[in-house]
Design a protein around this ligand. Structure first.
Ligand code: ADP
Ligand code: MG
Length: 619
């Protein structure tokens, strides 16, 4: 039979892996043992529903032969048939992470390899030839897969029992790398202990011991401790144990920001080991992100990505939940509706919520770090489903504000509102810096009011849904009527508007297709104009909605003019003298657009008008 080539992308990854001397080659054993353990899980799972399948004495064996230069990993798990061999070992499984690597430059590429589960292929880091002898549970035929860096072939073979034997033919030493280190039992034992201690099946090795008479003997021994870390008592565990389990499970070498290990006993009993990561995974907001929460029942793996047991707004949580109450021999669909699952979800959500609350209260800096990574998720959660979960989440939100640029909670904001302040003020923009430049800000700040800076596109939508906090409504500085003024001030503006009625009408006529209204402003101090929208849609929301749906929603545009500004006074004078002011109206409007962060309507006309003015000035 001809040797088959690996698929191109698999081959490139293979080359990358085998030739990278920076990569931690030790992990090959972890990958093979994990695969063996998965295979045992699968056999066990099948045996629960299929009476014809046994699952006794499930175990993994690791051995090495110094003379033959081989390492052998054996399991009596599910095994593979020909098709499975072909599809599982002929192509690389994780093309998603491969695509990602492809985008990085070469140096980064090399360091990043170890961060992914590189799987079966990682064995090619230490072996130049690999044999896989396997027989699938319940089937008669066995197969031998033989692969090198170039390709593989599959032949029919003989095998007595079900399961898989993987034989690695270890590479010759090179100047950089002593591959024969892996041919020492002691070293292999150490690797098993380091990487695979929590594998829940015995990993057997032939180890040297002494019998009662003090004579050396070789004895098959279980090397791993098997008790999963989450089942161990807390007092036996150190921070580094938790961190190690985390980094091995998620290939994240940043320490977790927070570890939550607890046990619940009662009508629903479970133990959980949960982690809040320090850094948001690169694909967190894409469809490729997978929830890192695993569900076990009595120590047996049930499923990855256990969405059923945590709310979507906490989907950054990673870890393990092990329940004593789930019955295993039910199908996975039924599992989803299980009442126990719902109870567990509620309890897990609650635990995460209170952990975050405490963190916010007692470890503010850590919380801010957390929020910078995952705060957007909480905001989406608050907004989602018409605010169904806003009460659970609202006190976990923090915002940058005009108060020293620090993050504040809504509770803090409200507690220090000034006397007479009715609303929670916010202003939105792409960044804190652009918001600070907004002319609308000046007067509110002068009054001593604090302003929340909304920089995430979800913020305004969320504020609309929350509507009010502690009875205090949210109010945008860029929308509607601010109602900042005292009665006297209001009267004054009204009087000025009346006095300038004709002028305002002229400007309005000049801009009739562009704005819905032109009025005198009470929110401006040093800027001549600003643009605001009415109470419904803001400019930021307009931008977001159009980006999502490629539609053309448009927030209403209201031009506000500062009556105390020199420019307005000059304009009034010019108009009174019968000068035509339509060009000035346009210029004011275009300026207001720019300040609001919106594109100028007609850049050519704008430059023409400015050029004309320059010429006039230089005359
Ligand atoms: P992953 O484990 O992430 O799926 P791997 O490259 O490690 O990726 O393995 C690819 C696939 O090969 C596995 O999903 C599994 O189906 C199969 N496989 C590997 N090792 C074994 C084994 N010892 N027994 C049965 N199937 C195996
Ligand atoms: Mg694997």
């Amino acid at each position: 039979m001809a040797i088959k080539q690996f698929k191109t992308e698999s081959k490139r990854l293979l080359d990358l892996m085998a030739n990278s001397i920076y990569t931690n080659t030790d992990i090959f054993l972890r990958e093979l043992v994990s695969n063996a353990s998965d295979a045992l899980d699968k056999r066990y799972f099948l045996s629960l529903t299929d009476t014809g399948i046994t699952a006794d004495d499930l175990k993994i064996r690791v051995e090495c032969d110094k003379k033959e230069k081989t390492i052998t990993v054996t399991d009596n798990g599910i095994g593979m048939n020909r098709e499975e061999l072909e599809s599982n070992l002929g192509t690389i499984a994780r093309s998603g992470s491969f695509d990602f690597k492809e985008k990085l430059d070469e140096k980064e590429e090399i360091d990043i390899i170890g961060q992914f589960g590189v799987g079966f292929y990682s064995a090619f880091m230490v072996a130049d030839r690999i044999e896989v002898l396997t027989r699938k549970v319940g089937e008669e035929k066995a197969y031998l897969w033989t692969g090198t860096m170039e390709g593989y072939e599959i032949k029919q073979a003989k095998k007595e029992d079900y399961g898989t034997v993987i034989i690695l033919h270890i590479k010759n030493n090179t100047r950089e790398k002593k591959y024969d280190q892996y041919l020492k039992t002691d070293n292999l034992q150490m690797l098993v202990k380091k990487y695979s201690d929590f594998i829940r099946y015995p990993i057997m090795m032939d180890l040297e011991t002494y019998d009662e008479n003090g004579n050396k003997e070789i004895k098959e021994t279980t090397v791993n401790s098997m008790i999963p870390i989450w089942k161990k008592p807390k007092r036996e565990l150190k921070e580094e144990n938790y961190d190690e389990f985390y980094s091995l499970s998620y290939y994240d070498f940043e320490k977790p920001l927070k570890t939550i290990h607890y046990k619940v006993e009662g009508s629903t009993s479970y133990s959980a080991l949960l982690y809040i990561p320090s850094v948001r995974p690169f694909n967190y907001f894409s469809n490729e992100y997978k929830l890192g929460l695993k569900l076990y029942s009595k120590g047996v793996f049930i499923k990855d990505e256990a969405k059923e047991i945590v709310s979507d707004y906490f989907r950054f949580i990673r870890g393990v939940v092990d329940s004593d109450d789930l019955s295993l021999n039910i199908s996975r669909e039924i599992l989803q509706e299980d009442r126990q699952m719902a109870v567990m979800k509620k309890s897990i959500d609650k635990k995460i919520g209170t952990t975050l609350e405490k963190m916010l209260e007692n470890e503010r800096e850590t919380y801010e770090k957390f929020f910078e990574q995952f705060g957007q998720q909480l905001k989406f959660g608050t907004y989602d489903n018409y605010g169904q979960h806003k009460n659970e989440l609202i006190d976990l939100l923090i915002f940058k504000s005009s108060n020293e640029d620090r993050y504040v909670t809504l509770k803090e904001y409200v507690s220090r509102m000034k006397e007479g302040q009715k609303d929670i003020y916010y202003a939105s923009g792409d960044s804190v810096e652009t918001i600070k430049e907004l002319p609308q800000l000046e007067k509110v700040l002068d009054k001593g009011y604090e302003v929340l800076y909304f920089t995430d596109s979800v913020d305004e939508f969320m504020a609309n849904i929350i509507n009010a906090y502690d009875g205090k409504p949210f109010k945008s500085l860029q929308k509607g009527d601010l109602d900042l003024d005292s009665e006297e001030e209001k009267e004054e503006i009204e009087k000025k508007s009346k006095d300038n009625e004709k002028l305002l009408q002229t400007i309005k006529d000049d801009l009739k297709d562009k704005v819905t209204d032109v009025r005198l402003s009470s929110r401006l101090k040093s800027s001549p104009v600003c643009l605001v929208s009415d109470d419904s849609l803001s400019f930021g929301m307009e931008k977001t909605l159009n980006a999502i749906s490629q539609g053309s929603v448009k927030a209403s545009r209201i031009l506000e003019i500062n009556p105390d500004h020199k420019l307005f006074k000059a304009l009034a004078k010019a108009s009174k003298n019968g000068e035509k002011i339509s060009d000035y109206s346009t210029l004011l409007y275009e300026q207001a657009l720019m300040i609001a962060g919106l594109p100028v309507d007609d850049p050519l006309e704008y430059t023409r008008l400015v050029s004309d003015l320059m010429l006039k000035a230089m005359k």
